[in-house]
Design a protein around this ligand. Structure first.
Ligand code: UDP
Length: 334
């Protein structure tokens, strides 16, 4: 019988790519999503339970309607700047919502979960690249909400036999290489989609000098002054989740585990703009503005532990390849 996976937040960017990956791998999938940031059409033909994690009644309705072998939890608010301005939203959705989910899992006796954590749990790195053993001192509410859940999962595994794998993503980027799905956010705040939207704007005949693309700060202590991030392709992230699920199903995991999902190389905001210029052939202009609240200067990780334990290594590793999958998607080229 097919294993059944409940994908919380399956209508969002990473969740919807995961739904495809799970189907490709032969799992039966159900999505639970409140559609506040996701899109119903991204789920395809998979059953979609529209519900909100802040509502235990919505969760009851979902869990009582089907048997699940494992939960993957992608549903979180994930904008650093917004989390600084509206922390209550973040604590309500990301912390209270997830605790409600864990309560429903206990009630319906589902004890395996793959949790989307984040490199934002580390804060300003003391050592780069960041390994899982690095201290976790988040510098924004978003990172703190993710860390609180990691700690809850540790306690739930000790007390309630939860089997969890938390995957700490660095900067998820790119679109399905087969062109079936893409990165969509409303509002869009992420760098690569915004830079490529600017390239598309210019390609369709608009004046490059009328750009609204912003670079948040060139006064960080990095080589060119802009922030450095580790971009990891969404298809590689999904492969890691499949390996994590297999590990949980094989009972190989030890209660509660944490893995970085990173590429191991850092690219500055200006590097991203330059690569996007090369891939699109468009002259991408920008406005330099002050720093965005909550942004660490450098976030680059090592995924050696995921390589060793999960057998995972990113396959789409150059920034050009990552950008290219997104450019093809927004240009409508399959
Ligand atoms: N960034 C920027 N302009 C934008 C959006 C992002 O300069 O319009 C910078 C941001 O400050 C960060 C990097 O690009 O240093 C990546 O930001 P993004 O929001 O994509 O991901 P985050 O690192 O916040 O998860």
């Amino acid at each position: 019988m097919k294993k059944r996976v409940l994908v919380i937040g399956g209508a969002g960017y990473i969740g919807s790519h995961m739904v495809l990956a799970l189907q490709d791998a032969g799992y039966a999938v159900v999505v639970f999503d409140n559609l506040s940031r996701g899109f119903a059409d991204a789920v395809g033909a998979v059953p979609l339970v529209e519900g909100d994690l802040r509502s235990p009644a919505n969760l009851d309705a979902c869990f009582s309607a089907g048997r699940f072998d494992l939960v993957m939890h992608f549903a979180a608010l994930a904008y650093v700047g917004e989390s600084v301005a509206h922390p209550e939203l973040y604590y309500q959705n990301n912390v209270i919502g997830t605790l409600n989910l864990l309560a429903a899992m206990r009630k319906y006796r589902v004890n395996r979960i793959v949790f989307s954590s984040s490199c934002a749990t580390y804060g300003e790195p003391e050592i780069v690249p960041i390994a899982e053993s690095h201290s976790q001192r988040p510098i924004n509410p978003y990172g703190r909400t993710k860390l609180i859940i990691e700690e809850a999962l540790r306690d739930y595994s000790a007390a309630y036999a939860f089997q969890s794998i938390s995957l700490r993503y660095f900067n998820a980027a790119g679109c399905d290489p087969k062109g079936r799905l893409g990165e969509r956010h409303d509002p869009e705040t992420h760098l690569i989609p915004l830079v490529l939207a600017e390239a598309l704007r210019v390609r369709t005949g608009n004046a490059p000098e009328k750009t609204t693309l912003k670079v948040f700060g060139d006064d960080f202590s990095t080589q060119d002054g802009s922030c450095v991030r580790d971009y990891i392709h969404v298809a590689d992230l999904c492969r890691a989740h499949l390996l994590a699920a297999e590990r949980l199903f094989a009972d190989k995991s030890v209660g509660c585990e944490f893995f970085n999902l990173a590429n191991g190389s850092g690219f500055s905001v200006f590097d991203v703009i330059n690569v996007c210029r090369e891939i699109t052939g468009q002259p991408i202009n920008y406005q330099l503005v002050s720093r965005r609240a909550g942004d660490p200067a450098v976030l680059v990780g090592t995924a050696d532990k995921a390589a060793e334990v999960l057998g995972w290594k990113p396959e789409i590793i150059t920034l050009a390849e990552i950008v290219e999958t997104h450019w093809r998607w927004i240009c409508g080229d399959k």
